[in-house]
Write a protein that binds this ligand. Structure first.
Ligand code: FAD
Ligand code: SF4
Length: 465
């Protein structure tokens, strides 16, 4: 008899007033008993609607059944059949818009906590299992992967399993992409990302860090001089957008990318034991309404800011951030200023941020994105005292690869143009996927693109021997 409770088994969490002062993980994870109780809520629907919502087709009811039976290593192995990074996905996938959105239990009550169960199985494996070193027959062919984010890591892992000699070229001093430099420790502990990278190395994948493709080597050089039969571009969308308002170049204004990279990758939150501090004032404004804005605001609060504002030009309903992130941010004391847009950042005599001027907005008819278009209310300008401003209004692909790769076709905004089915670009033997193609999206979509490209790189190389 299934567990017919309308609510998910609650996730244990750190108290909001404690966690907003530390960088430890907010959600503490299920115990075995909690996981088995939650797994009992699954009805094992014959047509598996939840699977339709999973971009990498995890066999959801099958792994949940194994959790319910207490076969936790079996559950992990089942997820791993199609998902290379379960401990990451269980934590950061927007399940509410994917698998859980289609779960029949969600029609009356809460859907099964699929993400929570995925995370539990992955964490159980990390504590109690070990990754077997697979027997791989090498085929003597080399593939270069540009970028060590989820797209590149997945593509590299799949190709290594097929016998390719794979090298990841990563611009930063550590692989992981946004998983390492963007998503904060309190949502995704970096030790988990490192374990996934170590697993790849264990399979023979080489990781060359501090290698900026377009500077150290061009793609042409990789293929013509370095002996790579194919290249996968998974270089993400790391170029921040700005508002282009007066005062944006004052001291105390950051892009969310810089702010988060300094905290996560450079470990600024461990200052003074780590050597890069990051300055936040008493009052911090974060501009934007997505996950990146939530991460920046919650990080600023943890670094000691008293008042942290999310300033967003539409209403809360239109905010693209995950509901869970918004909920956590509110619990931690972040102040939400909706229907409000910055017009000017005002500095003091030393060119440090002193105030931010904003204008109230109202929503009109829906625009091309289907969201109601915000427009300023004349005469409603107001100012707030502010010492730090963090701009989190979007990112696009860095133009370096395009600039150094003649014939690589891209969209006007910089996204690489690929064949949707294969990931092939306009250059034979060069494939691409993840945020470099779609613009800022999600971890699981980047992983799906890496997987598709790996399969098609294999076919391409076999057809061009
Ligand atoms: P990336 O993760 O960006 O990795 C690209 C890598 O390529 C980087 O390491 C970069 O240094 C490297 N690189 C770039 N140029 C070069 C070059 N020329 N040579 C060598 N290396 C290069 N998604 C979710 O699903 N859930 C979330 O909760 C979530 N939160 C997010 C929070 C933040 C702060 C951010 C920024 C994004 C978030 N996302 C989230 C989005 C998600 O992280 C991305 O969609 C995903 O990481 C894209 O993967 P990728 O591999 O395409 O690119
Ligand atoms: Fe279980 Fe929900 Fe999937 Fe049905 S839709 S199999 S209840 S997880």
């Amino acid at each position: 008899m299934p567990n017919m409770s309308l609510k998910k088994v609650a996730m244990p969490e750190q108290d909001p007033n404690v966690r907003n002062k530390n960088f430890e993980e907010v959600a503490l994870g299920y115990t075995k008993e909690m996981a088995m109780e939650e797994a009992e809520r699954c009805l094992h629907c014959k047509n598996k609607p939840c699977m339709q919502g999973c971009p990498v087709n995890v066999k959801i009811p099958e792994f949940i059944e194994l959790v319910a039976k207490g076969d936790l290593l079996g559950a992990y192995a089942k997820i791993k059949e199609t998902n290379a990074l379960p401990a990451v996905c269980g934590r950061v996938c927007p399940q509410e818009n994917q698998c859980e959105k289609y779960c029949v239990r969600g029609k009356k009550g809460e859907s099964v906590g699929i993400g929570r169960l995925e995370r539990f199985a992955a964490d159980y494996f990390m504590e109690n299992g070990h990754e077997e070193k697979p027997e791989i027959q090498k085929n003597g062919k080399k593939v270069a992967v540009i970028g060590g984010g989820p797209a590149g890591l997945t593509c590299a892992g799949d190709l290594a399993k097929m016998g390719y000699d794979v090298t990841i070229f990563e611009a930063f001093h550590k692989a992981g992409g946004v998983l390492g430099y963007g998503i904060p420790e309190f949502r995704l502990p970096k030790s988990i990302v490192q374990k996934e990278i170590d697993n790849l190395k264990n399979m023979g994948v080489k990781v060359e860090t501090s290698m900026v493709i377009g500077k150290t080597f061009t793609i042409d050089e990789l293929m013509k001089e370095e002996g790579y039969s194919a290249v996968f571009i998974g270089s993400g969308a790391g170029l921040p957008s700005f508002m282009h308002i007066p005062g944006e170049n004052l001291n105390g204004v950051y892009s969310a990318n810089e702010f988060l990279t300094r905290i996560n990758l450079m470990k600024a939150y461990q200052f003074p034991s780590a050597d890069t501090p990051v300055y936040v004032g008493k009052n911090v404004a974060v501009i934007g309404g997505g996950n990146v804005a939530m991460d920046a605001a919650r990080s600023a609060k943890r670094l000691g800011a008293e008042n942290v504002y999310i300033i967003y030009r539409r209403s809360e309903e239109e905010m693209p951030a995950r509901l869970e992130e918004v909920h956590h941010a509110k619990e931690e004391g972040i102040i939400f200023k909706m229907l409000c847009n910055p017009t000017k950042i005002i500095g003091d005599e030393n060119f440090w941020v002193k105030e931010i001027e904003c204008i109230e907005m109202e929503l009109g008819e829906p625009d091309a994105s289907g969201r109601r278009r915000p427009s300023p209310k004349a005469g409603s300008e107001f100012t707030l005292d502010m010492e730090t401003v963090i701009v989190a209004i979007g990112q696009s692909p860095n133009p370096l690869i395009k600039q150094t790769t003649p014939h690589l076709e891209t969209q006007k905004w910089g996204g690489i143009i690929t064949d949707e089915q294969t990931g092939a670009t306009s250059i034979p033997g060069v494939f691409a996927g993840g945020d470099a193609v779609t613009g800022a999206a999600t971890v699981i979509l980047a992983m799906g693109a890496g997987k598709t490209a790996a399969k098609n790189i294999d076919e391409y190389i076999k057809n061009h021997q």
